[in-house]
Design a protein around this ligand. Structure first.
Ligand SMILES: *Cc1c(COP(=O)(O)O)cnc(C)c1O
Length: 734
């Protein structure tokens, strides 16, 4: 260590900032103040990003911890530093406030907004019991259990203090209304999470509302504990209101002023009701709820719309809230119901409010999440077709590129600056024929594969050893075999990964639709394959849980019919860490949804970031990322999008057709991988790096959103954003 004491002191003080709400770690006071100032300006120029879930676990991206490791300062005379350094180095790495793709997209987006210094603040909920944890038993399948975590001990989360009374936490009051407009007050504490950029000089604050506190009524506390609490529709209604109704009061409490509200899906759409009511109050005075005509309400909604951007994420029905009007009357003010009656109209059922229609109706831009999804959304909502555009999703490249690949990308000057600008990967074109790059790529990939396979093998052994201690039977057939020999996985074997939420339209079991035919391919070509699967089904999704059982059930048959060449393993309790291990370590990423129900999909992009090719239905992002076969393989029907293909009915899921199409290409894929030189296979990998990283990252996506946000940014930020926008135009007509 060559750091002098003074260097150390300035490094230490450069990592602490505070204001009247608390003390924060990882950023200097000066930079902290700049961000805060941007969000509290009298003439607002920022975005509030409203989302039900945020996935940003620290074990996949933790820039403050990295800085501490780099500085190698573990002790200091500054006790505040000591306290935080210990917490950030050793504290828990999980914040289980996400259920799947939507939350991880939110987390990745907020990280990119910070990376690009776009003034934004997120509003979400803090769930004291998180999303459920998944145990998997050989015969019972998924068992959902409580998730224990403690926000108090989690680095990067801060419980804000009450400036008037600093020994107490800040509490805000959010009005709720029961029958006959009886007023109740829901109370929330505010947790702030700082989503810091990798250079630690900017952040996106996340306001996480914690309603599970003694001053809130019991029924509110109960609905606030678990993400996607769905025991009853009442819980659902309340949870949506906790998010939506909390947005404006929370921003106000901290003095944040925003020019645009971005609804990440319609869950928080109740915020719009608050805005419409304030607009009417401005126009008509405090008796607005008596005075306002229907026309006044519609006009106010149109004014509010100018400040709202909405992203719709799925054509699947379960993703859109419809609430029974009679039931809703127990939770919303009668005036809210009047607004809903006018704007949340459901075309099929007059007895429900449709929150998607409300979100679609009141905004200045509606975004779908891929080009194909744009067409689907226009078909589903023809009355709004004109304003629906596409901004294709991305992933945060600094989160999803493995350490081994990052080291590879660091070692070639052609890729210099990739952290700051993923556009740089277009230069990979010059490295295709570079023998050293190809060799290093293979090495890095091998490192990632070994890490994954070793994780799986350890898991198989651990599950088996635990059989005597718990009542859970190991979920994997291989755990019951003689684990010394051919039952463990080998990293030299072609390994296909599949992991995502278990939902029927995603068809996790498609590749096993005709086991005999699959076994025949494996046996005839004598090509061993590992299939590694993971994913949770929502506890109330019975068909989804059945699919998990189906995957477990297939294991033995596959193994037997292929004489041990085909091995199928299921990793329980899928999370971001497992996702990162998988997308970097497998040899191909499988995606087999029913087209066009996967609006975008993001796990395949994470694989592409690591140079791993996709084998996928032409759905969602892959219709844009396939590049005529340069980056991977496609299979399945590609008929035009019509209303019939939107059906999620089991009988319309096209298993036989799409599986047959997959079996047709599988022998060629295996041949390419098992070819001694692997030239063709590696070409596809490098093409992913060159063609897909520059497009499917959240820096580019956020740059495209800047257009919708209409922000005035400083020239240096704007220049970088223009540069990123040049890489791609999601909304281009094809
Ligand atoms: C990326 C990710 C998802 C979303 O995957 P999709 O392909 O978009 O369905 C879900 N869960 C975890 C843990 C992830 O990392």
């Amino acid at each position: 260590m060559t750091n002098t004491i003074t260097d150390q002191e300035s490094a230490v003080s450069g990592m602490i900032a505070s204001n009247k709400w608390g003390t924060f770690f990882g950023i200097s006071q000066k930079n902290f103040d700049t961000v805060w100032h941007n969000l509290t300006r009298e003439t607002p120029n920022s975005v509030a990003y409203v989302t039900m879930e945020i996935g940003a676990d620290l074990d996949v991206f933790h820039p403050v911890q990295k800085q501490l490791h780099d500085l190698q300062i573990t002790k200091s005379t500054n006790s505040t530093f000591d306290h935080y350094a210990k917490l950030f180095l050793n504290g828990p790495q999980k914040i289980p406030n996400y259920g799947g793709g939507l939350g991880i997209l939110a987390g990745d987006t907020l990280k990119s907004l910070a990376e690009m210094k776009i003034p934004a603040v997120a509003v979400s909920l803090l769930y004291r019991k998180g999303y459920f944890s998944q145990l998997v038993d050989a015969t019972l399948g998924q068992i959902s259990t409580a998730t224990d975590w403690s926000p108090e001990n989690t680095p990067s989360l801060y419980l804000l203090k009450d400036p008037e009374n600093p020994s107490l936490p800040l509490e805000i009051k959010i009005p709720f209304f029961g029958d006959k407009d009886k007023k109740t007050e829901a109370c929330a504490r505010i947790w702030l999470k700082l989503e810091l950029n990798h250079t630690l000089d900017y952040f996106t604050p996340e306001i996480l509302l914690d309603y599970a506190i003694p001053s809130s009524p019991d029924w509110i506390q109960e609905s606030a504990q678990h993400l996607y609490e769905s025991r009853t529709d009442q819980h659902k209604i309340i949870q949506r209101r906790l998010l939506g109704a909390g947005v404006i009061p929370a921003l106000k409490a901290l003095g944040f002023k925003v020019s645009t509200l971005h609804l990440n899906e319609q869950h928080g759409v109740v915020a719009i009701l608050t805005l419409i009511a304030s607009k009417l109050q401005e126009n008509l005075g405090s008796d607005y709820h008596i005075l306002a005509s229907d026309e006044d309400i519609i006009n106010a909604a149109d004014e509010v719309a100018a400040n709202v951007v909405y992203t719709i994420h799925t054509p699947v029905k379960a993703g859109h809230d419809r609430f029974d009007k009679a039931m809703y009357s127990h939770f919303g003010h009668t005036f809210c119901q009047r607004i809903l009656h006018l704007l949340a109209i459901d075309d099929e059922q007059s007895s429900v409010y449709n929150f998607t229609t409300l979100a679609m109706r009141v905004n200045r831009a509606t975004n779908s999440v891929s080009r194909l999804h744009r067409g689907v959304t226009r078909k589903q909502f023809p009355q709004f077709a004109k304003k629906i555009s596409a901004i294709t999703n991305g992933v945060h490249h600094l989160t999803w590129i493995s350490d081994a690949k990052a080291e590879l990308y660091d070692s070639f000057k052609e890729l210099h600056g990739w952290q700051h600008s993923p556009n740089v990967f277009a230069n990979c074109k010059r490295l295709h024929k570079h023998a050293k790059f190809r060799a290093y790529f293979k090495q890095a990939w091998d490192t990632d594969t070994k890490a994954l396979i070793s994780y799986v093998n350890t898991m198989l052994v651990t599950h088996r050893n635990k059989t005597l201690e718990t009542w859970i039977d190991p979920p994997n057939y291989l755990s019951y075999q003689d684990l010394q020999h051919k039952s463990l996985l080998s990293p030299d074997v072609y390994t296909i990964g599949f992991a995502r939420r278990f939902s029927t339209y995603k068809r996790a079991d498609l590749i096993f639709d005709d086991i005999d035919r699959l076994a025949d391919i494996i046996n005839k070509t004598n090509s061993p394959i590992n299939f590694i699967f993971a994913g949770k089904a929502h506890p109330a999704d019975e068909p989804g849980k059945k699919l998990i059982k189906q995957i477990l059930f297939i294991q033995e048959e596959l193994f037997e019919k292929t004489n041990g060449l085909g091995k199928l393993v299921f990793i329980p309790n899928y999370d971001m860490k497992i996702a990162k291990l998988m997308v970097a370590g497998v040899h191909a990423w499988l995606n087999s949804p029913k087209r066009p129900l996967e609006a975008s999909g993001t796990s395949g992009m994470k694989a592409a970031m690591n140079g791993v090719p996709n084998i996928s239905i032409m759905d969602g992002w892959w219709a844009e990322g396939y590049h005529d076969g340069l980056t991977g393989w496609k299979f399945g029907l590609e008929t035009n999008v019509d209303n019939a293909c939107l059906s999620e009915d089991k009988s319309t899921l096209l298993y036989a057709e799409d599986a047959a199409s997959l079996y047709e290409i599988l022998p060629d894929i295996l041949a390419a991988f098992y070819d001694h030189e692997q030239e063709g296979y590696i070409d596809k990998c490098l093409r992913n790096i060159e063609l897909n990283i520059p497009i499917f990252n959240t820096d580019r996506m956020a740059a495209e959103y800047v257009n919708r946000y209409d922000l005035k940014l400083p020239p240096t930020s704007q220049k970088h954003i223009n540069y990123l926008q040049k890489a791609y135009d999601s909304d281009r007509d094809e």
